[in-house]
Design a binder for this molecule. Sequence first.
Ligand code: SAT
Ligand code: MN
Length: 627
Amino acid sequence: MPQQTDSRHAPATFEPLLTWVDEIAQLAQPDRIEWCTGSREEFDRLCQQLVDAGTFVRLNPKKRPNSFLARSNPDDVARVESRTFICSDQESEAGPTNNWREPAAMKAKLQELMAGSMRGRTMYVVPFSMGPIGGPISQAGVQITDSPYAVVNMHIMTRVSDAVLDLIAEQKTFVPAIHTVGMPLVDEEGNRRADVAWPCNETKYICHFPKTREIWSYGSGYGGNALLGKKCFALRIASVMARDEGWLAEHMLILKLISPQNEEFHVAAAFPSACGKTNLAMLAPTLPGWRAETLGDDIAWMRPGPDGKLRAINPEAGFFGVAPGTGPDTNSVATKMIERDTIFTNVALTPDGDVWWEGLTAKPPAQLIDWRGNYWTPESQTPAAHPNARFTVAAANCPTIASDWESPEGVAIDAILFGGRRATNVPLVTEAHDWPHGVFMGATVSSEQTAAAEGTVGQLRRDPFAMLPFCGYNMADYWAHWLHMGEILGENAPKIFTVNWFRRGADGRFLWPGFAENSRVLAWIARRTRQQDEAGSWISPLGLHPDVATDARNDAGLDVSGLELDSENLEELFAIKPELWHHETEQIATYFEQFGDKLPRALGEQLTALRERISGEHSSRFGASMS
Ligand code: SAT
Ligand code: MN
């Protein structure tokens, strides 16, 4: 049975934790408090409770064993960047790319909103670890929430355990994270109202206090707004911890590549949200003899290890992936992974109690219940699943999960990749000359808008390190931190690359097949990390690119054998047009200006050097055709 306690009878012993739980309970006035243990019994009980409340539909156990569908409020379907705040003492500490609020004023506002916000509900206290419990790179947190949906998702996405309470008592520190959907069931006069399937509030605040390392989230039950271990803790708060303590908290997948000679390579890669990161993390290589294993699909925490190498862990325990577009052809591994034990949010329901979304099968079922709960047929004018519909599933369910994915000390990273979604200008792959050049590449990544963010789809937005909505402090200081980490790592620093799977030809078609064929690019990258010379490569003003080897015997370059890409197509994939790049550097200069004096000098120097190379002053092979 659940532990129904007031905090005096709590299973925790660390006084500041008990005081905090007491304070929040007094403020939010829940009917009862439940300390979560992370047990299977707790998960099953809360899922049944969600079924009884109408939040979950239990899927047909013959089709999707132990799986559920939730439909959110149509106004609560994604992270809300316009309502996400960094509350540092000075506005300049948050920088020009974050929304800032003065901490005391914001705290007062949140306290006003949260007063009585849990009336009539249960307040869950969820102790969790980001990373293996007690590991050298891991961190402990406690989320208070009035959303059982958030609790069961946290069970999958983090390590929820009462063992974390002992760890907190020992380490005397944790990240406190408060979450309320902001819909009390009892008003000030004591009148009770019925609950709804997806409680939330029109008013939303997702607030971070970097100095005290606190998170306060009000009004939303969806994804990163409510599962506070993910973007709020593992990126925004952790990026501040990482700056202060000399490590890196990054929006990166982690992938293990194994060559035909059984050499292992580890790659960390940053892409903006919903840009195919989960697909790359679960890549099934098409190149003969190459294999890939998954370590993480969204977040990497990286620290120099005792051997001086950059060691990475995936701080999460599950995947919160975008369902639409996931199918046997695009991601067969994920399709298999979510056959059971999965929570689906905002996908469509089939008449036989299974789920469907655009991209799962080429032909949609004849009839469905769409993500809003309405009858749907292929003639319907709206999508059956919301474009930001998600699956939540344990990483252990992933058929390609690496055997050492839970290794507390992490894996040694050989290469770091940055990628955006660029239709023009950016070649398929470019290697940086050195670490500062790589930091410049990361700082200037740009991509088209995604569904997870607000804004017009298709519009270009600069997304440095894919961290634009996730950096908990001034972006320019973050770049300075990256430059500093390069100095610490020295000879052990991973090589850095930019990739772009999304370049289009003049006719609008993608120039590169992408998906599993990206393994060809990764194989070149992997080889480059162990190669001392530049055989198989050519240099452009942007950096180093692979020779394109249609000849299978030339295995130092990019192997495109069997792809049937004509030479014009390949030429276009790597084309670097001086006029367009001149314009691109102008845009970068304008972009950098907003950071004023905070812009690290090294990045200004990188821009100058790039301009010089483009204008030909230092270019030897610019415009040379590929060998
Ligand atoms: O909703 S999440 O923040 O967890 C996912 C995303 O937006 O990338
Ligand atoms: Mn993400």
